[in-house]
Design a protein around this ligand. Structure first.
Ligand code: NAP
Length: 493
């Protein structure tokens, strides 16, 4: 494994162009009292920008603006709403390099992966620009023949969108694009760790002609205190949250008070099942993507490798060889495949899961500790013979640690895969078509990668079952999260 430590390149011009204020009612404004928060590059530990730190009053002003803009935005023709999204998509393509660099700077992922996220995140703009004009209803006659039934769809109203730090662009576009397409206005609250991409992105929406008040952004170091009054305000009609399951549960409870519509994209604990009949080369390639993309910090990251006992040793050998060839360093540098974890807490969590697994008898094939250098790096790690009951099989690792345990037969594999309160995504590698079909039926999961390590696509419904969440983002389903259905009956005359 090679550790690369090059001097940081000069990104100051880009950072200087990124807005540092709150975006409320079409204006960039300072936080009340001039409060600020620092944004840090996790690869160096250095502050890269200081931005506004919103207060409760700023949150209220953002909701005021969203509420005031709601009626006009809902009445704006769908074609016009769609064209603003499409123009934003086009602008994003022109500026993809700078968005990628910005994400690498604030979040740490290697530049090629950040570019990939610009592609993926941008597609939600294009997809929902097309979906905006396909909001449809029904017209019919009731079974008695006495009435005409008219079913129409309407924007739910002002929404609060809370996004996590791990995909700073895609998590924002996956919510903003369908909300705007449906005719909803929004208050967006990005994570304090990676707020810059959202601020920079909103400047694109503004450039594309978005009217004032339709999108408002508050960045804050006090997420709970600032969002709780917004959630409690009866003018808010929808909360869409992506983040951890414990925070999601707390927000569902708060949302109950006003019976808010909620979409919850929560944590995962993805099984990656490899059957004896799998194409092992493909399984290794899929495993590397499903595990190490985003430095393991993805809700879709494979968490538990459940491998048939007859191929486990060979899989472990091949995957370890590849992991040892990773290039570790600051994501802005050429050839880097593994960047830093987001912060020290993430390093400590990954390490405690590894140490617990080792204490319970797992074998360490590579890695197994933090890397001593500036920034918050953890060595890509492979563990095998992970014992049942190990914390790493229960908790979301959110780091570059690949943990292998074994199974004996298909029933055993299904039992192990479903042995979690989560159900976001499962990966299955088999060349037996009938077995693949059985796994689609038997795995408790919102999504499945059958012989592939990446499934995300703007045209597909992303989301989980069990404690991984409620609702879907993307696909035909995504816009429904922001629409409510109205039924009208009128007598047949
Ligand atoms: P998190 O700690 O739950 O935070 C998510 C967002 O919620 C951030 O904006 C955070 O702001 C905010 N937040 C935290 N506490 C809050 C509170 N009490 N009230 C209101 N907002 C609050 O999660 P994270 O560490 O950022 O993200 C990692 C988690 O997200 C993982 O569990 C991952 O699986 C999940 N995730 C799920 C999906 C999916 O689609 N299912 C996608 C990506 C990530 P601050 O950080 O500024 O406090």
């Amino acid at each position: 494994m090679t550790v690369v430590t090059e001097a940081p390149t000069n990104e100051s011009k880009l950072l200087a162009r990124v807005p540092s204020q709150l975006y409320i009612n079409g204006k960039w404004v300072a936080a009340t009292g001039g409060r600020t928060l620092d944004v840090v590059d996790p690869a160096t530990g250095r502050v890269i920008k200081t931005i506004a730190d919103a207060s409760v009053a700023d949150g209220a002003a953002a909701l005021d603006a969203a509420d005031a803009a709601q009626a006009d935005w809902a009445a704006t023709p769908a074609r016009v709403r769609g064209e603003i999204l499409r123009r934003t998509f086009d602008l994003l393509q022109e500026r993809k390099q700078e968005f990628a660099l910005l994400m690498t700077l604030e979040m740490g992922k290697p530049l090629p992966e950040a570019l990939g996220e610009v592609g993926y995140g941008g597609e939600f703009l294009r997809w929902f620009s097309e979906e905006a004009v396909r909001i449809s209803g029904r017209y019919g006659t009731n079974p008695e023949g006495t009435g005409r039934t008219i079913v129409t769809q309407h924007p739910v109203g002002p929404c609060l969108l809370i996004t996590p730090w791990n995909f700073p662009l895609a998590m924002a576009t996956r919510k903003i694009a369908p909300a705007l397409a449906a005719g909803c206005t929004v208050v967006v609250k990005p994570a304090a760790l990676t707020p810059l991409t959202t601020l920079h992105f909103v400047a694109l929406l503004e450039e594309a002609g978005l009217p004032a008040g339709v999108v408002n952004v508050i960045t804050t170091s006090q997420s709970g205190a600032v969002t709780e009054p917004i959630i409690a305000d009866p003018r808010l009609r929808k909360l869409s949250f992506t983040g951890s399951t414990p925070v999601g549960k707390a927000l569902i409870k708060l949302s109950a008070e006003n019976v808010l519509r909620t979409s919850m994209e929560l944590g995962g604990n993805a099984p990656f099942v490899i059957f004896a009949d799998a194409d092992l080369d493909k399984a290794v390639d899929g495993a590397l993507l499903a595990k190490f993309r985003n430095i393991g910090q993805a809700c879709t990251a494979a968490n538990r490798f459940i491998v048939h006992e007859s191929v486990a040793a060979e899989f472990a050998r091949r995957v370890t060889e590849k992991v040892e060839a990773f290039q570790i360093g600051r994501g802005t540098e050429a050839g880097i495949t593994i960047g830093p974890l987001i912060d020290q807490k993430a390093v400590a969590k990954a390490d405690s899961l590894v140490q617990d697994a080792l204490t319970r008898g797992a074998t360490l094939l590579t890695g197994g500790s933090a890397i001593e250098r500036e920034g918050t790096f953890y060595a890509p790690t492979v563990l095998t013979d992970v014992a049942p009951g190990s914390d790493i099989l229960r908790d979301e690792i959110f780091g570059p640690v690949l943990a292998i345990s074994t199974f004996t037969d298909e029933e055993d594999a299904v039992r192990l895969a479903n042995d979690t309160e989560f159900g976001l995504i499962s990966y299955v590698f088999t060349t037996d078509l009938a077995r693949g079909q059985r796994m689609i039926d038997k795995l408790q999961t919102g999504m499945m990668g059958l012989n592939t390590g990446v499934v995300s696509n703007a045209a597909a419904p992303f989301g989980g079952v069990k404690q991984s969440g409620l609702g879907r983002e993307g696909g035909l389903e995504g816009i429904q999260e922001y629409l409510s259905t109205k039924y009208t009956l009128t007598p047949v005359s």
